[in-house]
Design a binder for this molecule. Structure first.
Ligand code: TRP
Ligand code: ZN
Length: 873
C-alpha cells in the first residue's frame, strides 16, 4: 500500500527558503529531456534559522547534478526520501542553487509534469506537477520570477512557448531556441511550456488603459477553423473583468493552447493557458450549443484566474477555494450577463444540488477549506469549486453589489503579489462592510449540506403570519458536531391573486439572515394567509423543507417572477409525482394527476416567450437528482418512473409538443447566439418527448432533422432521440452514418461514444466493452475514458447497477488497470463505487466486494488509496 502520509492544515509553517529568480533551460527530447534550473535563493527571515533546505522531486526524476554557488555537491550532501530531497550542508543567507535533471516525457502517462500530447510537449503543473520536472520548493507560497529557455528540433517543434514575453531567440542547423521571461512572481504550479507543430489564430485586445495585448490561440492545423468562438469569448471576458471588477490584463501577450490529452478542463498558467481541446475548439458543424457555452465559460474562468489565482494566489492547497470558488462565481456571473441569468442560475443550482450535495453526503465529504488530505488532486471537487462559489455568492448577497466590489478591490490591492488564505479574503469583506463575518466563515470549515426546516402559522384573527426556521447539519466523516451557520434567505410572500405582498422593508422581497438554530420571522397586518416563496434565487446552498401543497407549487409556477424559484416550483411538483411512483416500483401506469398535465400545458402554451427557460421547465428532474433525494436509491424504480411520466406527458399533450416543435423550427443558417440556442434547445426537448411515443411518424421527423440540420446541436439531438428509442435498427444505421461522417473529428467521436455508453437498453455492458475495442477509442486519452467508462458508470444507472454485479466488476477492473497509468483519472472514475451506502443491501455487498478487490490488487497510487480508504471507513 502507498506510503503517502496525511498533510494537515494545522501543520502549516512558512517556507524556510524563498526563491527570487528561476532560470530554466529545457533541452526537449521525447524520451530524455534535460532540465537545468538555477535558483537564486535566500533564507526566509520569518522562518527558523536552523531549518534545512527541502526540495520536492518526484521518484521519476533522474538527478544529474546539484551545485551551490558553482560548487558541485557530492551525493552525501543530500538525503532523498519519498518526494523530498533534503540538503544536509550548511547554507548562506543567499546562494545560487543549480540542479540538472533528466526526465522522460514520452513515458509520462499520468499527464502531470511534462508530457507529450499527440506528439507535442506540454505541461500540467497544478497542483504538484512541477516536482516531476525538477527539484524545487514546490508549494504555492514560494513565488519567483521565471525565465525559461526552450531548445528543440526546429522541424519537429517549430513553436516554443512559455510564460510571459519572448525576449530572445536563435537557431542552428537542427535546433532552435526561445527564451521567455515572466516578470510577475508566481508559484511553480503556474509554470507552463508548450513545444510542437502548432497553428494559431491571432487577434488584439486594447485594454481600458489603452495597452495592446496580443491574443493567440494555438491548435493543430486541422483545427484552425474551430478557434473563433474561444477568441470571441476571450475578448468578452477581458472586457467584462475590466467593467465589473476593474481588472485589466497585465502582460503584452495572452496565449491559449489546445491539447487533446488533458486530465481536467483547462489550466490558468500565467500568460499561457493550456486547454483540453473539448473546452476550446468549437465549430457549428461539429460542436453542440452546450459545448459552445462550455467553451465560453471555461475560457472566461481561466482568464479570470489571472487576478483571482495568479496575481493573488493561495498560501497552501487547503486554500484552493480561495481561487476556485471565487473564480467559478466570477465565471457564473459572466455567463449570466452574456445569456439569461435565470437559466444560468438554474443550471448552476442543478449541478450543486445533484452532484455537490451527493458528494457532501458521501464518504469524501469535506469542508470547502479541507483540514487534511493525502493527495491534493482528490480535492479539486464540486465542494471546493461549486459550494465555494456559493459562499462567495452569499457574501455578494449579504454585502450587496457595491460593497462587494469595494471588498474585491481591497482584496486585489492589499494582496497583489501575495499567497493568501480564505480568511484574508473574508477580512477584506469585513473591512469594507464593517460587519463581523466570524460566524459566516463556518461555511468554509464545516462540511455537509445544512437542512432548513420551515414551519409557518397564520393567525387569521390577528392577521399575523409567522415563519419558523430550524437549521441543522447532519454529521459528516470526521466532523460529528455541527454549529449553526449564517444563512441568507431571500423571501417573498404572495397573496392569492398572485401579487407580492410588500414586506416591512417596503420591498417585494426581504433578505433574512438566519444565524441561530431556530429563528422566527413574523409579518403583521395581513388579510389572508400568504403563500411563501422561500430561498429565492437559491440564496444559500441548503436543503429546504417546507410542506408545500400541489396547489401552492402550481401557484408559484404561475406567479413567481424569480426565475429559479419558479423553475423549482415546477420541479418540486414533478418530484412529488415521481417519488410517489418510485415508492411503487416505478412501473405504475395510473393516470397523470390533472395538476401536472395542466401545468405542463400552460408551460407549453407560453414556451415561446422564453424558450431557454421553457426548455428547463419542461424537463423532468434527472435520475441523478431523484437519486440524491432518495433515502435508498432504487435505480430501476427511478428509471421507470421517469420514463413512464415522460411518455404520459408526451401522450397527454401530443399536439402541443408537435406544434411547439414546428414553431421552434427555423430556415435560417446556424447562429450560436443566445436566442438561437434557446430555440434549438426547446425544439430538441419537444423532439425527445415526441420520440417517447414510439411512433414511426416521429421517427421520420427525427430522421429528417438528422439529415437536414446544418449544425451538431440538431443533428446530435436527433441521433440521441433515435438511439434511446425502440427503433433499434434505425438507431444502428444512424450511428453508423454518424461515425462515417465524423470519424476524423475526435471530439465528435467522444459524443458518439458517450451516447452509446449511456444507452439504457439491456446488454449495455457488452456494448461498452465493444466500444473499448473500437478504432476511435484510445485508452490513454482521458476524454475517451470519460466518454465511455465514466458515462456508463454514472449515467447508465440501470445497467451499471445491474444485480449480476458485472458493472461494478467492470469498473473495478478498469480502475486497477488505469491506476498504473493515470492516478488522477483513476481516482475520479472511482466515485460511483464509493457511494455504496446509498443502495440496497444486495448492491451494497456487491459494490463493497469490488472496492475490496481494488484494495487487494496491489500497489495503489495515493490518489486511489485515499478515496478507497475513506470509502471503506
Ligand atoms: N486550476 C484549474 C482550473 O480550475 C484546474 C486544473 C487543471 C487541475 N488541470 C488540473 C487541477 C490538473 C488538478 C490537476 O481552472
Ligand atoms: Zn479554476
Amino acid at each position: 500500500m502507498s506510503q503517502k502520509s496525511v498533510i494537515y492544515l494545522k501543520d502549516y509553517t512558512v517556507p524556510a527558503f524563498l526563491v527570487e529568480t528561476v532560470d530554466l533551460r529545457f533541452e526537449l527530447d521525447a524520451t530524455a529531456t534535460c532540465v537545468e534550473s538555477v535558483l537564486r535563493m535566500r533564507r526566509n527571515p520569518q522562518a527558523s534559522p536552523d531549518e534545512s533546505l527541502c526540495l520536492f522531486g518526484h521518484d521519476s526524476l533522474e538527478l544529474l547534478s546539484l551545485s551551490i554557488d558553482g560548487v558541485d555537491l557530492p551525493s552525501s550532501a543530500w538525503l532523498r526520501q519519498d518526494e523530498v530531497l533534503r540538503l544536509t550542508v550548511q547554507l548562506n543567507e543567499t546562494f545560487e542553487l543549480r540542479c540538472v535533471t533528466k526526465i522522460n516525457p514520452e513515458a509520462n502517462t499520468a499527464l502531470e509534469g511534462l508530457y507529450l500530447s499527440d506528439g507535442m510537449f506540454c505541461t500540467q503543473c497544478e497542483a504538484e506537477g512541477f516536482r516531476r520536472i525538477t527539484f524545487y520548493p514546490d508549494r504555492p507560497d514560494v513565488m519567483a520570477v521565471f525565465t525559461t529557455t526552450l531548445i528543440a528540433n526546429k522541424n519537429e517543434y517549430p513553436i516554443l512557448l512559455s510564460n510571459g514575453n519572448p525576449v530572445a531567440q536563435g537557431s542552428d542547423e537542427t535546433n532552435h531556441w526561445v527564451t521567455w521571461q515572466d516578470p510577475f512572481p508566481k508559484p511553480a504550479y503556474l509554470f507552463a511550456l508548450v513545444a510542437g507543430d502548432l497553428s494559431c489564430a491571432e487577434d488584439t485586445f486594447i485594454t481600458q488603459s489603452g495597452r495592446a495585448v496580443k491574443l493567440q490561440i494555438y491548435a493543430e492545423a486541422k483545427d484552425l477553423d474551430k478557434l473563433g468562438h474561444a477568441m470571441e469569448s476571450l475578448k468578452q471576458s477581458m472586457r467584462w473583468d475590466e467593467r465589473v471588477y476593474g481588472r485589466e490584463y497585465d502582460l503584452d501577450i495572452y496565449m491559449i493552447v489546445a491539447v487533446d490529452f488533458f486530465n481536467m478542463g483547462a489550466m490558468e498558467n500565467k500568460g499561457l493557458n493550456i486547454f483540453n481541446t473539448s473546452c476550446v475548439l468549437a465549430h457549428p458543424r461539429t460542436t453542440t450549443d452546450a459545448a459552445f457555452q462550455r467553451v465560453e465559460s471555461v475560457v472566461a474562468h481561466e482568464y479570470f484566474h489571472n487576478w483571482s489565482g495568479n496575481r493573488v494566489t493561495c498560501r497552501d492547497w487547503f486554500q484552493l477555494s480561495l481561487k476556485e470558488g471565487f473564480t467559478v462565481f466570477r465565471d457564473q456571473c459572466f455567463s449570466a450577463d452574456m445569456h439569461s441569468a435565470a437559466v444560468r442560475r438554474v443550471e448552476d443550482v442543478t449541478l450543486l444540488r445533484t452532484a455537490q450535495f451527493a458528494e457532501d453526503a458521501g464518504p469524501m465529504s469535506h469542508p470547502v477549506r479541507p483540514e487534511s488530505f493525502i493527495e491534493i488532486s482528490n480535492f479539486y471537487t464540486l465542494t471546493v469549486y461549486e459550494k465555494g462559489a456559493e459562499i462567495v455568492r452569499m457574501l455578494h448577497t449579504l454585502l450587496g453589489e457595491s460593497l462587494f466590489r469595494k471588498g474585491t478591490d481591497l482584496y486585489f490591492d492589499r494582496h497583489d503579489g501575495q499567497a493568501v488564505t480564505t480568511d484574508d479574503f473574508v477580512a477584506c469583506m469585513e473591512a469594507v462592510s464593517q460587519r463581523d463575518l466570524t460566524q459566516f466563515k463556518r461555511w468554509y470549515s464545516q462540511a455537509g449540506t445544512p437542512r432548513l426546516d420551515v414551519i409557518d402559522d397564520y393567525d387569521a384573527d390577528q392577521g399575523t403570519y409567522s415563519l419558523r426556521f430550524i437549521q441543522s447539519t447532519p454529521p459528516t466523516p470526521g466532523q460529528t458536531e455541527k454549529y449553526p451557520l449564517h444563512i441568507p434567505l431571500n423571501l417573498a410572500l404572495f397573496d392569492s391573486n398572485g401579487e407580492v405582498i410588500p414586506l416591512s422593508n417596503g420591498q417585494s422581497s426581504q433578505l433574512l439572515e438566519l444565524t441561530n438554530e431556530e429563528t422566527t420571522f413574523v409579518v403583521e397586518g395581513l388579510h389572508e394567509q400568504p403563500i411563501p416563496s422561500l430561498l429565492r434565487g437559491f440564496s444559500a446552498p441548503v436543503k429546504l423543507f417546507y410542506p408545500y401543497t400541489e396547489e401552492q407549487l402550481s401557484f408559484l409556477l404561475t406567479y413567481e417572477m424569480d426565475g429559479f424559484s419558479r423553475w423549482d416550483a415546477g420541479q418540486q411538483l414533478a418530484v412529488r409525482l415521481l417519488q410517489a411512483r418510485i415508492l411503487k416500483g416505478g412501473k405504475v401506469e395510473e393516470e397523470l394527476p390533472k395538476t401536472i398535465v395542466a401545468a405542463w400545458k400552460v408551460l407549453l402554451e407560453n414556451a415561446s416567450d422564453d424558450p431557454a427557460m421553457a426548455s428547463l421547465l419542461l424537463t423532468l428532474p434527472t435520475e441523478a437528482y431523484l437519486s440524491e433525494i432518495s433515502s435508498v436509491i432504487d435505480v430501476d424504480a427511478i428509471f421507470h418512473a421517469r420514463r413512464t411520466v415522460r411518455r404520459q406527458l408526451a401522450q397527454a399533450l401530443e399536439t402541443q409538443w408537435l406544434t411547439l416543435y414546428n414553431e421552434m423550427g427555423s430556415e435560417e443558417r446556424y447562429r450560436p447566439d443566445s436566442s438561437e440556442m434557446a430555440r434549438r434547445s426547446l425544439k430538441n426537448t419537444c423532439l425527445s418527448y415526441l420520440m417517447a411515443l414510439d411512433s414511426p411518424t416521429y421517427l421520420a421527423l427525427a430522421e429528417q432533422q438528422f439529415a437536414e440540420s446544418d449544425n451538431m446541436t440538431e443533428q446530435f439531438a436527433a441521433l440521441s432521440a433515435v438511439v434511446y428509442s425502440v427503433f433499434t435498427d434505425s438507431a444502428r444505421e444512424m450511428l453508423d452514418e454518424f461515425l462515417n461522417q465524423w470519424q476524423h473529428e475526435s471530439l465528435v467521436m467522444n459524443q458518439w461514444l458517450a451516447l452509446q455508453a449511456a444507452d439504457p437498453k439491456a446488454g449495455a455492458l457488452s456494448r461498452v466493452k465493444a466500444l473499448l475495442e473500437h478504432p476511435v477509442y484510445d485508452s490513454r486519452n482521458p476524454n475517451k475514458l470519460r466518454a465511455v467508462i465514466s458515462t456508463f458508470c454514472n449515467q447508465n444507472t440501470v445497467n451499471f447497477h445491474g444485480l449480476d454485479g458485472e458493472g461494478y466488476r467492470f469498473l473495478a477492473d478498469k480502475i486497477i488497470e488505469l491506476d498504473k497509468q493515470n492516478p488522477q483519472v483513476a481516482s475520479r472514475l472511482l466515485t460511483p463505487l464509493t457511494r455504496w451506502k446509498r443502495y440496497d443491501d444486495q448492491r451494497q455487498a456487491l459494490m463493497k466486494a469490488q472496492l475490496q478487490r481494488i484494495i487487494e490488487s496491489g500497489d495503489l497510487s495515493g490518489d486511489v488509496y485515499e478515496v478507497l480508504s475513506k470509502s471503506m471507513a
